[in-house]
Structures are given as C-alpha cells and as structure tokens.
Design a binder for this molecule. Sequence first.
Ligand code: DAH
Length: 353
Amino acid sequence: MKTLQEKIEAYKKEISAFTAADENEIESFRIKYLGSKGLVKSIMSEMKNVSPDNKKEAGLLLNEFKTFVEEKFASLKSATATVDTTGDGKSSSIDFSLPGDPMPVGARHPVVLMRNRIVSIFQRLGFAVAEGPEIEDDWHNFGALNLPEHHPARDMQDTFYIQQNPDWVLRTHTSNVQIREMEKASLPDRQGKLPIRMIMPGRVYRNETVSARSHCFFHQIEGLYVDENVSFADLKQTLYFFVKEMYGQDVKVRFRPSYFPFTEPSAEMDVSCFICGGSGCNICKKTGWVEILGCGMVHPNVLSNCKIDPNKYTGFAFGMGIERPAMLKYGINDIRLFSENDIRFLQQFTAAI
Ligand code: DAH
C-alpha cells in the first residue's frame, strides 16, 4: 500500500512540474499520462494486486490521481490556447472559456420580403428587374407619360418639387422607369432590345399627410411588356398568374374600367379579400374585394414619346404598391411602422423569409 501511495506522490511531483510550450508537447503529455497505454491506465491496473482490505483506499487514491492528471491536462491546454489575431503569423493568447460575443441575426424588412416575393413571381415569367432614379425630371415623371403641363391628372399625385431646380421632382410613381427603359430600347444602337419585359421596384414620394394609412413615401412595383401583338388578353393572363401565385389558386379577380393618362384602355384590378375570403370585413370595407393594382395598354402617345413605333408595337403596363399587401399579409395596421426603424417591430420578421 505504501508503495502505491509513494509512487503516486512521485508522479504528482513530476506532473506538477510539467510545462508545455506548444500543442505538440501537450499532446505528448496526453499520450504519456492519459493515453490508452499511458501511466494512468497502467497504474490503475495495479488495483488487481491490492489486497481486498486495502482496495477501497487504493481506489480513492487512484481516482483522485486520475482527476489530478486530467486537471493538469486541461490547464495546460487553456494556458497555451493561442490564436493569430493580427494575421502577422504571431499568436496571442485568448481565453476560449469566456462566453463568445453575441452575433444577432438580422431580419429582412417586411417591405423587402414582399418586394422579393412579387419580383420573383414575375421573374419566373421572364421579366427582368430594372431600377430608375428617385429624383426625376418632369418629362420622365409626367410629360412622357402623357401628362403634359397643366394636365388635371397631375393633381392625382401630390408632388414634391425640388427647390433648386423647378424641373426636378421626387418621383411620384415608378412609371418613370417605364419611360427610361423604353427610351433605352429605342436608341439607334439598341433597336434589337425590344421586346421589353421588365419589373421595376422602387421608392416613391407624395406630398400627403402622414397617418396610419398613408405616408409621404412608400414603395411601388411597375411592370411593362412591349412587343409586337401584345394584347389586353396577355395583360390579364400575366396578372392572373401573378395573383394565383401570390394569393392562392382560389382567389377571385375582377377588372374595373379606370383612367390613367398613360394607358388606354385602363383598369384597376381587385382580388377577392384574402382576409375574409369575400364575405366582407373591415379590411375590404365590407365589399369582399381589395384593390391591388392599376394597369392598362400603354398609350400610343407614350410609345411615340419614347420613339417606339405605336403602329408596330403595343404594350401593357401595371403598377402596384408594396406596403399595402405587406400590411395585409403580416397583419400590420400602421404604415408608419415601416419607416420608424423600431427594432422591436423589425425583429418580428426574422423567420418570415
Ligand atoms: N402610376 C400609377 C400610380 O402611381 C400606377 C399605374 C397604373 C402604373 C397603371 C401603371 C399603369 O403602369 O399602367 O397610381
């Protein structure tokens, strides 16, 4: 018995004095003492030589020794845990036992979620994405869209003008991108660029009183398809496809005649209320229908304004807001929440990708 205890004491001294300069030395420590042919294993096997009377005491001694070795191993490891933090090949010591810095996962903004969803549906139909400027000249926001100066329809959209230049406005709709894309396609060296099949998301501005239901800036998505022989039937089929992908196969659709200066004929499209299914609720104001977009056949004047021959080409266009469908989908009851950047609001959409 005495001899086992003495042996252990001697080993403990040796082990206490052990220092390791790098991982290799720690590894040799592990192999020598804790490995499958190591000292701890072999000394444990001495149990069988201990007389039954001393077994209990010897067992305690051996277990305590094993713990001692394991603790030494752990302390060697944490003392030499190093990392090259500066990238200069030299390592500095880091305490890996400290809790890590939290890495919060960001969330996509609900407007972005809704925009991506709408865009991806049209991308599957072969529409490409285009963007245009938010500070726009009068021609692209109004004139080319068949809204000459003093045209009463300009009042449909309360405009922010830019003080420095009376010709500039904050665009009131994404329809300006239609014009820019058609102009590009009609440049002499771009004649081959027709047909145009594009979807154009972006932010728009209107001089409106901010409330729970309306804001001075919001988002729209514009669609445009120009080619030979494009008809109203193409417009309807495209929008039917969109609506079914967006709101499900059972949704009902209706077109109401409407007026936009840049389309003729023009229509507004309603879908059966996806909150109450058409039976009537507060969202659809008891009508069973929710208006989601304006659309129509591109007015011949608009094509001519962009130097596209209206006798050869026809086109359809549509424009829809993004906030409203996002509010309906996520149950958001105040449009101002979208731009307040309240983290408690934004965090709720982490899982909604
Ligand atoms: N620009 C219109 C608006 O902001 C929406 C719109 C209606 C766009 C009909 C279109 C369209 O392209 O064809 O209210």
